[in-house]
Design a protein around this ligand. Sequence first.
Ligand code: BG6
Length: 479
Amino acid sequence: MNNNSYKFPEEFLWGGALAANQCEGAYNEGGRGLANVDLIPKGKNRFKAMEGKLESLNILADEYYPSHEAIDFYHKFREDIALFAEMGFKCLRISIAWSRIFPNGDDESPNEEGLKFYEEMFDEMLKNNIEPVVTICHFDMPITLIKKYGGWKNRALIGFYEKYTRTLFERYKEKVKYWMTFNEINMLLHLPFMGAGILFEEGENELQVKYQAAHNELVASALATKAAHEIIPGSMVGCMLAAGVTYPYSCNPNDIQRAIEKERENFFFIDVQSRGEYPGYAKRFLRDNNIEIHMEAGDGEILKTYTVDYIGFSYYSSRCASADPEVLKGMTAGNVFKSVRNPHLQVSEWGWQIDPKGLRITCNNLYDRYQKPLFIVENGLGAVDTVDGNGEINDYYRIEYLREHIKEMKEAVADGVNLIGYTPWGCIDLVSASTGEMKKRYGFIYVDKDNEGKGTLERKKKKSFYWYKDVISSNGEEL
Ligand code: BG6
């Protein structure tokens, strides 16, 4: 049988993905409180800020903060959703800005204007037969939770998050079935301020702090799963992993061991969220690094009982690991994680390795490991697009990237993987998370705005818009 004989399931969720802080803008409208993401500037201080090395927790006059306006989805979501509907989207992944719902995070009651905003957005989606897929926390949190409590390093956050999630489930129980607790939960190890609102104090054991924050998030995620199942019968709650298989650079056993360790650094989170307990290798890692996680009575039970229903993950690239110091000199970029350069792969303009087959391998690995439905909630090519003399954008490179990845998804389905959906990242151009640029575009829809924040914000369909529309209407047969 060849590839053409295998089909995506009829109910496959084709769509696209966005995140509040990268598309909404309106950072100080509608009663929204200030969030960590509002303090991450574009330019040379961006990475420092994402890591938690900020000069101040205030907005600085000499910095440009791309999230403040982003693509103004806050005011334009109706016209944008109409374009998604025109492409035939079956679902749309968005995230809720925590500080629109609880402006300070520890408020007594939620902000009605914020709740109403998302209610209207969900209504707009449902009117267009688009199923909402909601990330509860996509890198953002109210700044007060950082100033007063120290972000996720403080166990008190579990309670605030639980209240936030229960509020969402109660309010949107008739409208939203698919939820994800934390976007790319493993990112907190790499970008602790963006991922978990962590600022390190002088002399603090950074690993200890990060793993404590991870534990707090894991318990919070399990409690959210519990709450969703109680409040919304039939709801599906997923975890979300920044995934990508790690290949050993060679068949040297030291490279194999290194690749396994690198994979486990990420699997740790999902092993807890999906299997319900700390795996043996994680206990060893914590012991070897003198990390002592403060756990309270009942935590183990909570983690064990309230595991996720599906595995959501992003895939942009595979990674490569080596134990050889010479090989380690050849590193390349990629979704924050640096990787050894794989000589068999091409890279994007931003140095991210392009590996469609790695998606099939990642799907198989995740499915073999967890035996739960998989949802690819991010994938795509960040590239420079140009509007030609006729006002058209011929992004054939994006089509090629997506086509090759979808072919491999089909292979994974043929391998027996239970794949439920695909939401390519940044289905409309938005602010890049790693660089803060607009120039790094992922969308099927172009947004007229540049790196300095200039532009009309006008939307334009790219060539990939029409291509993806055909992909969806043929359920992945016409590529
Ligand atoms: C993922 C994030 O890490 O990758 C998104 O969940 C992000 O928020 C995406 O935008 C692509 O990364 P970048 O840096 O190209 O925007």
